[in-house]
Design a protein. Structure first.
Length: 276
């Protein structure tokens, strides 16, 4: 089993308290902007890209380009802590399934997903329109959208996964921050079986800003040291309704029913405080 990550532009630093299993290979792809530590094998990213965030997506998504066929690989964002419990959980996953991903606890609709990136200023309105147009052209059913949590996922590299990976990669390049949308759309069009994990309480590591087991706020992404690039502007969050209205012309979905979470201004303000 391989546990791997990718860190570019010094966005993350490797946490000090990782658990290293002697039977697991640990690989970190990097552009040379981090301090080497721990029992990681550090590798150069095999492509160049002007955007460091999109560059980091290459090994994450194009697994068949960086690992041999048949490899059992676990992606985890570089800012999270790898515990013994997490490693054991990964082993149990591969005992039962070829691939698995987490369904986000929020279970956002398409509108809620794009609104989150809009509030955080990751994507501009033009970015979101471009993403939506491309997905519509493919024939995606927007009502089927449920957002994943791609901070970690499990995959066995097989020939039938290549088309999925390549479509995921192609769609992820439309904007700075749309890899989760790209994942869902590629999954929709490619007939490979993913085990969906809805309960993340026992995966062995904290992937959120709230540790529900302790009932208190705890940063799970303790290795995050820099904010990711943003294409939006600081005031666009005040124009959520205008953005959704224009997107609804493309999706055909009512703009009121599918954006429940962000109707509450308290959710908007709390998220902005955390992300901007």
């Amino acid at each position: 089993m391989i546990i791997y990550t990718c860190i570019t532009n010094g966005y993350d630093e490797i946490p000090d308290n990782h658990y290293y299993d002697p039977d697991v290979q640990y690989i970190c792809y990097t552009d040379g902007t981090i301090t080497h530590k721990g029992e990681w094998e550090f590798r150069e990213i095999p492509i160049k890209h002007e955007c460091p965030l999109r560059l980091s997506l290459y090994p994450k998504i194009m697994q068949h380009k960086v690992f041999p066929m048949g490899s059992q690989v676990v992606w985890i964002d570089g800012c999270y802590v790898i515990t013994k419990e997490f490693v054991d959980y990964c082993k149990r996953i591969f005992e039962k399934y070829s691939r698995a991903h987490i369904v986000h606890p929020m279970k956002f609709t398409y509108y809620e997903e794009i609104t989150e990136s809009f509030i955080a200023e990751y994507n501009s309105k033009d970015d979101i329109i471009n993403i939506t147009k491309r997905v519509k052209e493919l024939g995606f059913d927007f009502k089927q959208y449920v957002n994943p949590m791609c901070a970690t996922f499990w995959n066995t590299i097989t020939e039938d996964a290549i088309k999925f990976n390549e479509m995921w990669w192609d769609l992820s390049q439309i904007s700075t921050r749309c890899d989760q949308i790209a994942f869902v759309v590629s999954k929709y069009f490619n007939n490979i079986n993913w085990r969906e994990i809805e309960d993340i309480s026992d995966i062995g590591t904290n992937l959120s800003s709230l540790d529900h087991r302790k009932g208190e706020t705890v940063r799970g992404n303790i290795g995050r040291v820099k904010k990711h690039p943003k294409n939006g502007d600081s005031n666009q969050w005040m124009n959520i309704d205008d953005m959704i209205r224009d997107v609804s012309k493309l999706t055909g979905m009512t703009r009121l029913f599918y954006n429940d979470h962000w109707k509450d201004i308290r959710n908007v303000r709390e998220f902005r405080e955390a992300k901007t």
